[in-house]
Design a binder for this molecule. Structure first.
Ligand SMILES: [Zn+2]
Length: 530
């Protein structure tokens, strides 16, 4: 009888928790170390960052993974330039004798793309709505206006839509990203491009913008003779209101106007000038790469990639007396999972057919620079890369009810991804905020852009055995109070079960992909199809 009860209890436990051997406690300990103050926020090109990279390489070596970087090392050098706009930066606007000066940090932030120690510019302001030219959606905010030498003022994001055929419905497209805005402004010969921040259009508060741009940011070194914006900047909503008021315009009216296809750019008659004293230094940083060979003589030339960025924001503006941006959730958690996956893969008595590459990239926080660099300089051929399964910022708040694998539905391995969710008794949740464009904000994206089926594995906010609304509340608190703040710190009471589940999910999926006959691909007709 006692035995019988025991069996029942065992049968009621989650099926594969023991089978994979993946340990929540090991993920916890990696996270704790990587998020400690001693690593000083793991800034790109800093001592703390270098220690983090060394730790990743060491742990990968201990897991039995071989060097997959340059010259028989665990590293791929990523040459960047660190650009830090100095606090003396000025931005002013003037019209008919009226003038406004904006305060660095409180009102505006930004950098000059010129990569010069001192940039001054002056130009007329043109409001260009969302700054989008998207022929496939019959949308053009520029309407043929020549904006050469102008200072463009715009909102981030894109026209709101519930129609899947128009800007992909609620989901944010690449056109809605600020990265695209600056690219388009530069293509059109603008002198500067300033985005008016609003929390709804950006989907994050001003502090996130300020913390990202009000500090050193890494850029790929500018090629000689390349065009550059004198300022890619942001101003707060309040500063934006004052700015537009100089031209007798109202921010909400302009936001509304910019949501119509018949919107036309508005020459504001405002003269904008700026001065950006800038500290520049070469930034030597590294991706970490290690591999475990496959067991099939032919298929071992093909690779599954697991990725997770090791960097965070380093030391920055103190908040409540704390200047270390520990990045515990973002992304010590993903690194912990990557290392645990390597340990488990390394301990498999018989390896899967294809090889696996563990890639811990740098400079994610500076704009996905490490993964961009990898996509441009892959260590194994892109055509022989089966998939990239990425981990970025997972929530240690208990046992998750589901996984989020946004992007997987666009690939032909989605049925496999569904089966594995079923095996682990996990639902597949849709991205709760498709409008936030998470798909473009993590390291799988540059690889997807290069044709590799790629997505991140994470969780939604449903946690089992918790009161209703628990996960949502925890998420809101994290997103508004700790995301990209010094308070993203390791907490002793965190429960890493969900991270174990995410690792198990990726492990089983990666293993199945490593053993199947054909390389995965995007569905035919997908923009990323290879
Ligand atoms: Zn981040």
């Amino acid at each position: 009888m006692a035995k019988y009860i025991g069996l029942l209890v065992i049968a009621a436990l989650p099926v594969l928790a023991q089978d994979t051997g993946i340990s929540a406690e090991r993920i916890r300990e990696h996270t704790r170390f990587l998020a400690s103050d001693l690593l000083e926020g793991r800034g790109t090109g800093t001592r703390g960052g270098e220690i983090a990279a060394e730790y990743m390489a060491t742990q990968l070596a201990l897991a039995g993974a071989k060097p997959a970087g340059e010259n028989g090392t665990y590293y791929q050098s990523v040459p960047l330039v660190g650009i830090e706009t100095q606090a003396g930066a000025t931005l002013g606007a003037a019209v008919w004798g009226k003038a406004l000066d904006f305060r660095w940090g409180d009102d505006f932030v930004g950098v000059s793309q010129t990569q010069r120690p001192d940039t001054r510019f002056e130009g007329e302001a043109v409001f260009v709505g969302h700054g989008i030219t998207a022929p496939e959606f019959q949308w053009d905010d520029y309407k043929g206006l020549d904006v050469t030498g102008k200072v463009l003022i715009m909102f981030t994001n894109e026209p709101p839509s519930t129609d899947p055929k128009f800007f992909d419905g609620r989901a944010l497209t690449y056109y809605g990203r600020w990265v695209y805005k600056y690219e388009e402004a530069l293509r059109r010969g603008a002198k500067a491009c300033i985005i008016i921040h609003t929390t709804p259009t950006a989907s994050y508060p001003w502090e996130v913008v300020r913390n990202s741009w009000g500090r050193e940011a890494p850029f790929v070194k500018l090629e000689a003779g390349a065009k550059a914006l004198s300022l890619q900047g942001w101003i707060t909503r309040e500063a934006g209101e004052k700015f537009l008021a100089l031209a007798g315009r109202n921010l909400d009216d302009l936001l509304k106007a910019s949501e119509r296809a018949d919107f036309r750019p508005i020459e504001l008659g405002i003269q904008v000038r700026g001065h950006l004293p800038t500290k520049i230094r070469p930034l030597a940083t590294r991706n970490v790469a290690a591999m475990i060979p496959g067991s099939d003589p032919k298929l071992k030339d093909e690779y599954i990639i697991y990725s997770a960025h090791w960097d965070h924001l380093g030391i920055g503006t103190p908040v409540g007396g704390d200047a270390i941006y520990n990045g515990a959730i973002d992304n010590a958690t993903g690194c912990g999972i990557l290392l645990e996956l390597a340990r488990i893969w390394g301990s498999l008595p018989r390896k899967p057919k294809r090889s696996v590459l563990f890639l811990s990239v740098t400079a994610e926080e500076g704009g996905l620079r490490g993964s961009e660099y990898y996509a441009a300089h892959p260590l194994v051929p892109l055509a022989k890369t089966a998939v990239d399964l990425n981990y970025d910022a997972l929530y240690p708040w208990g046992r998750a009810a589901n996984v989020v694998i946004t992007g997987a539905e666009r690939t032909n391995i989605y049925p496999l991804a569904q089966q594995i969710a079923k095996r682990l008794d996990l639902g597949i949740a849709l991205d709760a905020q498709p409008e936030a464009g998470h798909y473009f904000r993590s390291d799988h994206f540059p690889l997807a852009h290069a044709g590799i089926p790629a997505f991140s594995i994470g969780h939604a906010t449903e946690f089992l055995g918790k009161p209703a609304g628990f996960g949502e509340q925890a998420y809101q608190e994290y997103n508004s109070r700790h995301y990209h703040q010094p308070s993203d710190e390791f907490q002793n009471d965190w429960d890493f079960t969900a991270l174990q589940q995410a690792a198990e999910y990726g492990f089983l999926l990666g293993q199945d992909i490593a053993n199947r006959d054909k390389l995965p691909d995007w569905r035919p007709g997908d923009a990323f199809h290879r």
